[in-house]
Design a protein around this ligand. Structure first.
Ligand code: AMP
Ligand code: ZN
Length: 116
């Protein structure tokens, strides 16, 4: 249900959070339970359940945001980053609004990706 969807509420600014980046169709904000410093979620503003619903013509806008946020995290000290997207419950998706995890990484940071 879009009305009850927590990420729709963030996209509509009904839930206040730090906006890390915003474009016409996407918004990036900090994960509430970060697995690493700077762990960021990138979501489409419209409610799509997972990658299969996301219009393919939004792909380049999404990649542009991934690059901007990654550059920001690397300016802040990250040395690399993982991108993780859980699609469908069996793959660990809990919030049924499509989202990409951007997880900044540093050497020997001990991060184990519980999202996988
Ligand atoms: P998953 O659906 O397993 O890919 O993960 C959902 C992610 O959303 C988890 O990492 C949560 O910590 C995160 N999350 C859930 N609710 C919020 C919220 N209100 N603000 C920020 N992150 C959230
Ligand atoms: Zn939603």
């Amino acid at each position: 249900m879009e009305g009850d969807c927590v990420f729709c509420k963030i996209a509509r600014k009904e839930i206040k959070t730090e906006i890390v980046d915003e474009s016409e169709n996407f918004v990036a904000f900090p994960d509430a339970n970060p697995v690493a410093e700077g762990h960021t979620l990138i979501i489409p503003k419209k409610h799509f359940t997972n990658l299969m619903d996301l219009p393919s013509d939004l792909g380049s806008e999404l990649v542009d945001m991934v690059k901007r946020v990654s550059e920001k995290r690397m300016r802040e000290g990250a040395e690399g980053f993982n991108l993780v997207m859980n699609n469908f419950k069996v793959a660990g998706q809990v919030v049924m609004h499509a989202h990409l995890h951007l997880i900044p990484r540093k050497k020997d940071d001990g991060v184990r990706l519980r999202t996988i």
